[in-house]
Write a protein that binds this ligand. Sequence first.
Ligand code: MOS
Length: 729
Amino acid sequence: MSDQTLGAGPKRIDGRLKVTGQATYTADHQLDNKAHAYGVFSTISRGRITGLALEVARNMPGVIEIFHHGNFPALHHTPSSMAGGNKVEETRLPFEDERIYYDGQFVALVVAERFDQARAAAQAVTVRYEEETPRANLEQGLTAHGTREGKGNHSRGNAKQAFESGTHRMEATYTTPVETHNPMEMHATLAHWPNGRLQVFESSQGVVQQKGAMAKIFNLAPHKVEVISTFIGSGFGSKLWMWPHAVAAAAASREIGRPVELVVPRSQMFTTTGHRPETKQTLKLATDEQGRLVALSHHSISTTSCTDQYVETCGSVTKSLYSCDNVSVDHRTTQVNRGTPTSMRAPGAAPGLFALESAVDEMALAAGIDPLTFRLDQFADRDESQDLPFSSNHIRETAERAAERFGWHQRNPKIKSMREGREIIGYGMAACNWEALKRPCDAHVALRADGTVYASCATQDIGTGTYTIVAQTLVELTGVPFERIEVELGDTSYPKGPISGGSWTTATTLPAIAEATRHAIMELKTRAVRSGGPFDGVDVASLNFENGVLSHNGKQMSFAEVLSSMKLANAEGDAHTEGADTSKYSYRSFGTHFVEVRWDPLLANLRVARVVSAIDVGRVMNEKTARNQVEGAIVMGLGMAMFEHTEYDPRTARVVNNNYAEYLVPVHADQPEIDVILLDYPDTTFNEFGARGIGEIGITGLAAAVANAVYHATGIRVRDLPITKERLM
Ligand code: MOS
């Protein structure tokens, strides 16, 4: 049993269902009379619809209805508040008017009997537009629109003055492109209206938020909406908030009186379900004679849509990673004709640390200091941006242990100096960092008369292992093994749980599950000591519960026996736990990446050969899934460093590479040797389990470590992602 408790590394309890095809994803659900919808998507990026030719499509086989701005039902806007439980990223409703704001916007929706019929008819719809000149990229946005104040700015001391008077200085501008989330499972909605209630199956990282948004948009009492997301084929942030397709499917279903399924095609996942925006970041650092940082400024501009203000907070980590008296962090946005951006794994920090940790490398070299030494000397010991102590911070140990394992000290600092055969070897490093968050959460647990334990919560398992760590928590608290544990997640009919995002699911959900379990055990004890109960008259406080067994003075009974003896089905517990108190501590996670690149100038081949990363995320709840998270984040970071780049035609603002063939992500042949060291220091000021969450931190800093290694190998400082080989030729 010990291999199932917290801290062990048991396999995912839903793993077998997934690899045997028994896990039911959104588009797998079979509802009677289900119709299929397919979008007609705009082929311009800015302008208005002047006409729709629908006749051909209407007469095609199986077509039931075609919706567009002329006949779509009037709906309502959601206030879009996360605290209110109804957030969306794109606030405009589909088919709201004839305006076009981005390439790939829904302009019509064809509903047909079969998927292929809907798609064929959608392709037969002709749309006439009046086109306006779009803003296709960040630079065009700056020219046409300028910038707007973002959020999350910070200033202490006087960075400008300190920079002027610094001994060693560096100033550089870094850019990162749009990156698109490409989870394996495409966005999908299956909506129907049984008895006037709206039930939606969605591939979602946040069923509670979608329920709230749906209730506002369709003007329904919240209890009339249910959103279900039992399994999802990942999301990386694109499935945190509901997108227009879900509204379109639900409205279409109500109009035609049948269930409607809508799967967003891969090409439209590049336009209408969010992306990581383009950024341009200017870093200015200065040190004194000894190489101590005296000034640090990080000013960034990111792109947002013409309908919503999404801010990529690139300087979020810059505020607190290094000790520095004079810091200036500023975020601005510029509007372009693209869909609304959204969170993508480690929003803000991923592009932000590419710039910051590249700049720190440049600064260390300019000051003549080894980049590892420079960092070890200057990592902050407290959060200077909030003037609070860190709850728990082992960043120096992550750097030292990973450096040791990697062999950093064998590095010859001279550029192009390390060779093996034709290849030039480069070593680079960077810090990684992510905030630790904990939100309010409800949960329900039952000890059942058949000897099983049940838990439910309306959070989701997005593939990361949430089902499994909830089960591990139950094993720990009740002694019941996995085989007799049932966990249900991903349905708004369960108690309210958090979005699967922000790396806060573990720290948020497990304390609520634990509290509900303790309440269930107390309920069991309270029942057992009542008159007629098996422990009649015993003081509750002296009744012991361990490994599923109640005992007192030598008398022992399993909870199943206790409940059965009283003809009770179960003993239940409900709980509500609060978010973290952030007034006394700054809660963050820490880590360091070391990267070896190999550059073959003859073949112009660049590859990452090795990554060693040490991560400090508080207690590791499941060794296997935690390691998977960091390894996966490193691979995604490698994609960010070398491959990922959503390209827009500068004349039309249309996405050029909207498919798996041309949007490059790392494949098996690109995988380096990855060695992850998980520090395991429980952070019990944060929550009773001491876990801070692990999903995002691994991607932060990785691209900088690659860029720094590339500089060491080639002498070329690449400040614009991705680092493609032509930049090195
Ligand atoms: Mo994460 S970007 O909060 O899914």
